[in-house]
Design a protein around this ligand. Structure first.
Ligand code: SF4
Ligand code: SF4
Length: 138
């Protein structure tokens, strides 16, 4: 899906940090060894297919407010390819970013649309329900 006009990754490298990338034997939460913060991907032309294909929700979905830019806000929004859960994955340096009122409002709205919404911070996860209830999630 094309990026929304006016939105680009720019300074952001959050997905290069928080996601597991099996092709690179990269764990969740560890910055990819090919990532130059502020300089982008050092193997851009040879990066794995999974990196070429990935686009977060902020980049492509108009219902995600502009101010929730992942690099500034500290939360990566994405659909899990396997579980189809709507994920809010926190920057390890901002473990409570998903509880920000504007982010929480967005997550509850997605739950009301019928998404299974899950916030993740390190090894912890919470399900966010349409009525605003939050509960630990396995
Ligand atoms: S988290 Fe989104 S905005 Fe940030 S680098 Fe990844 S795709 Fe781009
Ligand atoms: S290979 Fe490049 S695009 Fe992929 S995670 Fe590493 S730095 Fe990011």
């Amino acid at each position: 899906m094309p990026a929304i006009p006016g939105r680009s990754c720019g300074s952001c490298t959050l997905c290069c940090q928080v996601l597991v990338i099996e092709e690179l034997e990269k764990d969740a939460g560890t910055l990819c060894k090919n990532c130059s913060v502020g300089g982008g991907c050092k193997i851009y032309n040879k990066r794995p297919e999974v990196c070429r294909d990935f686009e977060c929700e902020w980049l492509t979905e108009r219902d995600v407010p502009q101010v929730l830019f992942p690099d500034r806000h500290g939360t990566l929004l994405m659909i899990d390819a396997d579980s189809e859960e709507y994920l809010a994955v926190c920057d390890p340096k901002k473990p409570a970013a998903w509880r920000n009122p504007l982010m929480l409002k967005h997550l509850i709205a997605k739950a009301k649309e019928g998404e299974v919404v899950v916030a993740k911070s390190g090894t912890q996860a919470w399900r966010i329900y349409p009525n605003g209830q939050i509960a630990p999630w396995a």
